[in-house]
Design a protein. Structure first.
Length: 337
């Protein structure tokens, strides 16, 4: 396996009526069981998205089940790239709540000190909407670096590849965002995580045609990935950015569709397996570290009807049930391909 690791959250339960299982309903033992399956599947590194902060009446409280991941992973010998989620996000207002997001960083640092399996902090995910949000991220990168003390962890962020490549956009009206990107990237340490998805390539459907062979499918996916990756590297090189580029998310769903990729015929376990293998080969050839999106399906990311492909990117699926949104019974975790 040539993936560095897998993206993981424990929110794997079904919809109960119109509501998915609540984010605080998963127990530590269930998180351990999920991560045991992930570990047994060969993934020794995890990329996470948050630390379990939930804001109630203006106060950020660590109470959702993401809070168990670092501890559970430590018991299994897994390393963690710990995500710190942008609390109070307001994309339309180009901002999020910096004070609330600091609670995520505080908890991640505390967990890193206790369990010593955190490799890096990833400050926010896909959270760049303009110069305001960029300034928020930059300030939090500085906060995290000041808080970590002597911990041997680096501090960076996790964003869409095309947004990061905006450093090469010299359109005058884009100048405030470009300058914010350059400032933020200068504050990142060692590497940057970019999300890349051949699945969302708008040319994919026409290039694949109906019932592609495995060889043709892999060729199209690899060409899409290579084109995207070279565009990002070129943008960075043109602007003197020397951070190592890593892939923070790359994956393929096994069913459903969505507005960004409206062809449900593309989302099958067979295509997901072909994509997985094609990307693994490309990663090995190019020496790129990447996290598979994602370890286990998360139904809440889709909809009650179950037809949104966002819910089905997992390499595995949880076998479990819930009689109400406040509790969840996990029976097992099974491979999909």
């Amino acid at each position: 396996m040539n993936y560095y690791g897998a993206c993981f959250e424990p929110y794997v339960g079904p919809f109960v009526g119109s509501q998915p299982v609540l984010y605080n309903a998963y127990t530590k033992d269930q998180v351990v069981a999920m991560l045991t399956a992930v570990n047994n599947d060969g993934f020794k590194h995890l990329l996470t998205y948050g630390q379990g902060v939930f804001v109630w009446q203006g106060k950020p409280l660590v109470q959702d089940s993401n809070k168990f991941i670092i501890e559970a992973a430590a018991g299994l010998g897994q390393r963690v790239s710990a995500g710190c989620y942008q609390q109070g996000a307001n994309p339309g207002g180009d901002s999020f709540n910096v004070a609330w997001t600091k609670a995520e960083i505080d908890y991640a640092i505390d967990q890193a000190k206790k369990y010593k399996n955190v490799e890096e902090l990833l400050i926010t995910n896909e959270s760049i909407w303009g110069p305001g949000s960029l300034a928020n991220i930059t300030s939090l990168l500085a906060y995290a670096k000041g808080l970590r003390g002597s911990l041997p962890i680096s501090v960076t962020t996790h964003q869409r590849w095309d947004v990061l490549a905006g450093v090469d956009n010299h359109t005058p009206s884009y100048a405030p965002i470009r300058q914010g990107l350059l400032t933020m990237l200068a504050a990142c340490e060692t590497c940057i995580y970019a999300n890349v998805y051949p699945y969302f390539d708008s040319n994919l459907w026409a290039q694949l045609g109906t019932n592609p062979t495995e060889a043709h499918f892999k060729s199209v996916v690899t060409a899409s990935l290579e084109g995207t990756w070279q565009a990002l590297l070129t943008a960075f090189q043109n602007n003197g950015i020397t951070l190592e580029c890593r892939i923070g998310e790359i994956g393929w769903p096994t069913q459903g569709s969505q507005a960004a990729q409206p062809h449900p015929e593309l989302a099958t376990p067979t295509y997901a397996k072909w994509h997985y293998d094609a990307v693994a080969t490309w990663l090995a050839k190019n020496g790129v570290k990447a996290y598979l999106f994602e370890a286990i399906d998360e139904p809440w990311k889709g909809n009650q009807a179950g037809n949104n492909s966002e819910a089905y990117f997992g390499k595995m699926v949880a076998d479990g049930s819930a009689t109400n949104p406040g509790s969840y019974t996990l029976r097992s975790v099974k491979a999909k391909y």
